[in-house]
Design a binder for this molecule. Sequence first.
Ligand code: UDX
Length: 501
Amino acid sequence: SMEEHPQVDLPLPPHVLIFPFQAQGHVNSMLKLAELLCLAGLHVTFLVSEAVHSLLLRHSPAHSRSPGFRFRTISDGIPPEHRRSGTGHLKELLSSLRTTVKPLFREMIVSSNRLSGEDRRPVTCVVADGVLSFVLDLGEELGIPVIYFRTISACAFWSYFCIPKLLEAGELPFQALLYLSDKLSDSILYESGLGNDLDVPIEHVPGMKEFLRRRDFPRIGDWGNPDFQFVLTETLQTPRAQGLILNTFEDLEGPILSHIQTQMPNLYTVGPLHAHLKARLAAKLMSSSSTYSNSFREEDRSCLTWLDTKPARSVLYVSFGSFMVMTRDQLIEFWHGLVNSGKSFLWVTRSDLMDGQDGESPIQTDLLEATKERGYTVGWAPQEEVLAHPSVGGFLTHSGWNSTLESIEAGVQMICWPYFADQQVNSRFVSEVWKIGLDMKDICDRLTVEKMVRDLMEVGENEFAKSANRMAELARNAVSDGGSSYCNLDRLIEDIRSMSL
Ligand code: UDX
């Protein structure tokens, strides 16, 4: 009876299924959201591919997950020996979505009573990556509410969303895109004489008229390219979702958010999520240490000890994220530029960073010898901790959105060398809008690298360092009690609860 077992009658919490696109940058931020929902007492099932699951189990401690959290796996049909970086992997992921993941997902939801279990309800709400519109279809069919989470910046999302307008106005496609789509190489572009075309302004993205050039527009190839079509059609479906979660904050992208809200009124900006999770854990007096790592790779923590030996703000951290591949020539240019700058640097040289040469160390031993004192390389770093380390004074980054937010929250100024997609527009915002760094896009020669590193790392308070500190404070305020992201997360949780009644 009720008196004897009062807890038996407590209603079970809402059960949220979170479904990311299976890449490090997506899984990372969606796992942070999952932890935040669990902290609020919700049940979360987090759906990953078997491949991603085994990487996470191997490199990120499972015991640290919150109560209420569980993984479920789904096959992606990609052979385990295939490399998990570069545009080749992206194409494979995209085609497996259609052929393997979509039918399996459907079967999973329909046949297993919406993933319910002894101690949890059937799924009451899905938070799906904003590029998985087949989840919207299924949600509509089965009457399950679907909220979208797009893991890129608001400025990148908005640029994609405006593509139909750009096509109509004739601003897209432009000729240089044909070169950029496959080659992603600046030298070919300039040899072809199309490089300067990239400085033509783009006028039909509301809110960006003042500073957006062709070269800053997200780069996913030309109009006929299937990846471009995929991103475009997926983006245009967004208004069908019940709401849109973005990992950003109002003080960072406010003006762009207002434009997005004309199309998606129910917007939840809850970022920076990594900082948000730290703040909420701290408020509950729980540890916010590296146990919340969501890494697919083994972190080499020795770099933190190396950083301890360096003076304050003297080290440039160099990392190009989990996905980018570069040519040997580009790598050598960076290496020389860094060495010639005379500054200390910590460089993440992933084993698959260089195009087509997994495993082989990309850096010649004589160059390594020459900078033993000043240069330190690791295969993968505990990046959040590195950026928070007092010895780090700058970040040479590919402008992936997680990296950008992590740098912003740590108050670290940047040099941007974007690779593809959203990164091109992120780096423009870093340099021209937020003024917290330099944009080196489309250039890769040792002289430029050397000069930019020197300019950025000059001792004393430069303009970038000041704005970076200001922005870091705004980021931390956003995720503190009463801040914009803090309130938006509470609203999201309330909405999930009321959808689950
Ligand atoms: C990509 C896109 O760049 C990104 O903009 C998009 O939203 C998702 O896919 P990725 O290229 O991996 O992701 O870059 P980024 O978004 O910066 O994510 C990399 C993550 O790996 C960051 O959270 C970073 O902290 C982490 N990382 C990177 C490490 O933990 N150690 C490293 O050595 C390098």
